[in-house]
Design a protein around this ligand. Structure first.
Ligand code: ADP
Length: 257
């Protein structure tokens, strides 16, 4: 709490009273803490791959390159970690863009079925890798949205559904209308999320299982980007999950009239 005081003086230097201002800075402090945590998180996330790239390349330069097997396996690590760095930088730039106060999407009548098809095409190799069965329950719906941004949203949700599911499980994608909204659902039969974690899922860098997420290549920024993008479309995103049973992400978007 900040407290300021000042006397109120009237004519002939007469004391009329005193003004006291109490300023509640709880919210300011909270925002300041969020900003500090974010910078600390970014630094940590960037440092991890850089340390690895430096370490392995130095070892190679010190002579390890002479052994072909070592050379190949270290180069592979350097390559993977550079990819990770690139992904992180792209996500950070994207997040900073969508978080700008004036950010607007280029909304136009968009065939949501085509958006879903495109996102599936991009993720298909990952789906095949885990022998995941894809179920489509899709009605034709034209939404008001930015096709590229919506593909990005669908890709994020699909990658998560695949990442947090075991081999040979099912992922169902639904598209239908409810009242004057389009509803899109991505439902998996994966590990699920504790209800206590759900409220924090959309925070930047929040991960339920840090190690698992990093190993699967996640940056921890995907869902924050999704939330910002959907809100920029005047839509909503919700999660429903049961541990050990699966997770359903539901997005509502305005229909193009
Ligand atoms: P990440 O890159 O770590 O996947 P996200 O922002 O996309 O970051 O997701 C945040 C966290 O939410 C993930 O680390 C994971 O713990 C959890 N999560 C997201 N989607 C799912 C899902 N379909 N099933 C289980 N957990 C999920």
């Amino acid at each position: 709490l900040n407290v300021y005081g000042a006397p109120v003086i009237g004519e002939h230097e007469r004391w009329l009273g005193i003004v006291i201002v109490f300023q509640d800075i709880t919210e300011l402090k909270r925002l300041e803490q969020i900003r500090k945590d974010f910078v600390a998180n970014v630094s940590h996330e960037l440092r991890t791959p850089v340390t690895s790239i430096k370490g392995f390349s130095e070892t190679l330069l010190d002579g390890a390159y002479k052994d072909t097997d070592t050379l190949l396996s270290f180069l592979d690590i350097v390559h993977t970690e550079s990819n990770r760095l690139e992904m992180l930088i792209n996500d950070l730039l994207d997040l900073s863009n969508v978080e700008q106060s004036g950010f607007e999407v280029n909304a136009q009548p968009t065939d949501m079925k085509a958006v879903i098809k495109r996102a599936i095409e991009m993720i298909q190799p990952k789906i095949n890798e885990k022998s995941i069965q894809l179920q489509l329950e899709i009605q034709p719906v034209i939404v008001l949205g930015d096709p590229n941004r919506l593909i990005q949203v669908m890709m994020n949700l699909l990658i998560n559904a695949v990442t947090y599911s075991s081999n040979y499980t099912e992922i169902t994608i639904r598209l239908f209308t409810k009242e004057d909204q389009a509803v899109i659902q991505v439902a998996d039969q994966g590990i699920g999320i504790e209800s206590s974690e759900i409220s924090r899922l959309f925070e930047r860098f929040y991960r339920v299982d840090r190690a698992r997420s990093r190993n699967s290549g996640g940056t921890g920024l995907g869902l924050s980007i999704v939330k910002h993008l959907i809100e920029a479309h005047h839509g909503q995103v919700e999660v429903d999950s049961t541990v050990g049973v699966g997770t359903t992400f539901t997005i509502c978007l305005p229909i193009a009239s």
